[in-house]
Ligand binder design. Structure first.
Ligand SMILES: Cc1ncc(COP(=O)(O)O)c(C=O)c1O
Length: 372
């Protein structure tokens, strides 16, 4: 029996998806940098292939298990911009048999362990050093007096091939204005290009300077010296990207189709998509974006109805505050633009690709849950 979607289900506009892929590739081409999209957003080899056919040089994955799914599907160039621990060397070596693989390190002792594992296996692993450009998650501190010595030491270890340096300005998501966002990106590129210069002066060849996030995508790669960009979210976009000015509602490709299951009070309606569908992620942006997603009614396909706010989510319920005049009744359908598309994808076995005529085709989220 053919599959048919059951509410709630995530629907992806095929034409918007294609447009988002083309727009980012054009941006990278104009800036003269390589595009290596982060596949954690879609977790789908089908979409990864669309990105590569458009011109991407390969993909990024967050974890080895995620990478294995894309390797099984024939993707041959995968970067893992995540501090994979050397306790996973056996799994990584298996993957290296069929994929050009690179990882990041941000610790000299960890790099020594990777070096040992590669020397023992008679392999050479491509590595980049992760730099903390202000997100204060992973990465070497570029202001540390030892940073050039530390990276030089890592770059000279046997069994490792030092490719360059890599950053992710995740704090762009906390920017409070377009100017603050531009300042974060300017600082990121200043740090990365400055550090590469100091490394080259110390005799360390730096082939790659890789940056990447969707909010910074239209700014960072234009800086001379950057060689690669790694946005992920741009394929789908979401309410946060609209809030940060990186997208318009018309660009957003992924929505959750949901059903009103109760109207228990004049000012309250309940949808069948709770935190197990929308997640509990809030939206970020330059202005306050309350609630767990934006509601679109069929009466206006391109603007959310701001009078409806998803005030709470429990696992299977979205509790919406609605105007008393709202005609929403049990059985009615709405579309919800999620606050964060990447985490929504990971909660579902399949997406539904929608043609502009409304035909739906299932697309398996093949790397769903692959977080080990
Ligand atoms: C290391 C790294 N690179 C690239 C990305 C892609 O960023 P975005 O989701 O903003 O497109 C992420 C996102 O989490 C990341 O952690």
């Amino acid at each position: 029996m053919p599959l048919s979607p059951r509410s709630p289900y995530p629907v992806v506009s095929s034409s918007r998806l294609a447009a988002n892929i083309a727009r980012m590739q054009t941006l990278a081409n104009h800036a003269g940098v390589r595009l290596r999209p982060h596949a954690k957003t879609h977790k789908s080899p089908v979409i990864a292939r669309m990105q590569i056919e458009a011109g991407a040089v390969g993909i990024c994955c967050a974890k080895l298990s995620e990478a294995a799914v894309f390797a099984d599907a024939g993707i041959t160039d995968i970067r893992i911009p995540y501090p994979v621990n050397p306790s996973n060397a056996d799994r990584l070596l298996v993957l290296m048999e069929r994929v050009r693989l690179s990882i990041i390190v941000d610790d000299a002792d960890v790099a020594v362990d990777w070096s040992g594992a590669m020397v023992r296996a008679r392999k050479v692993l491509d590595i980049l050093v992760k730099v903390d450009v202000g997100t204060h998650r992973c990465g070497v501190n570029p202001d540390s007096p030892d940073v050039v010595n530390t990276i030089t030491r890592i770059a000279r270890l046997p069994g490792l091939s030092f490719r360059g340096i890599l950053s992710h300005a995740g704090h762009t998501y906390n920017a409070e204005s377009p100017y603050a966002l531009a300042a974060i990106v300017a600082r990121e590129t200043e740090i990365m290009i400055g550090l590469a210069k100091r490394l080259r002066e110390a005799g360390v060849p730096v082939e790659e300077i890789s940056v990447g996030s969707t909010p910074a995508a239209s700014l960072a790669p234009t800086q001379h010296g950057i060689t690669e960009m790694r946005p992920g979210n741009y394929v789908f976009l979401d309410r946060t990207q609209v809030g940060l000015g990186s997208a318009t509602y018309e660009n957003c490709a992924l929505f959750v189709v949901a059903t009103v299951v109760s109207r228990p009070a004049p000012d309250r309606a309940i949808l069948d998509c709770g935190s197990k569908t929308l997640t509990s992620d809030g939206a970020r942006g330059f202005t306050d974006l309350p609630g767990y997603g934006a509601i679109f009614l069929s009466s206006n396909e391109n603007q959310p109805d701001a009078s409806i706010v998803i005030e709470r989510v429990s696992e299977e319920h979205a509790v919406c505050r609605v105007p008393e005049s709202s005609p929403l009744r049990p059985g009615d359908r709405v579309r919800v633009l999620p606050n964060h598309a990447c985490t929504v994808t990971n909660l579902t076995d399949r997406l539904w690709l929608a043609s502009d005529q409304g035909a739906l085709a299932p697309l398996t989220v093949a790397a769903r849950g692959r977080n080990w």
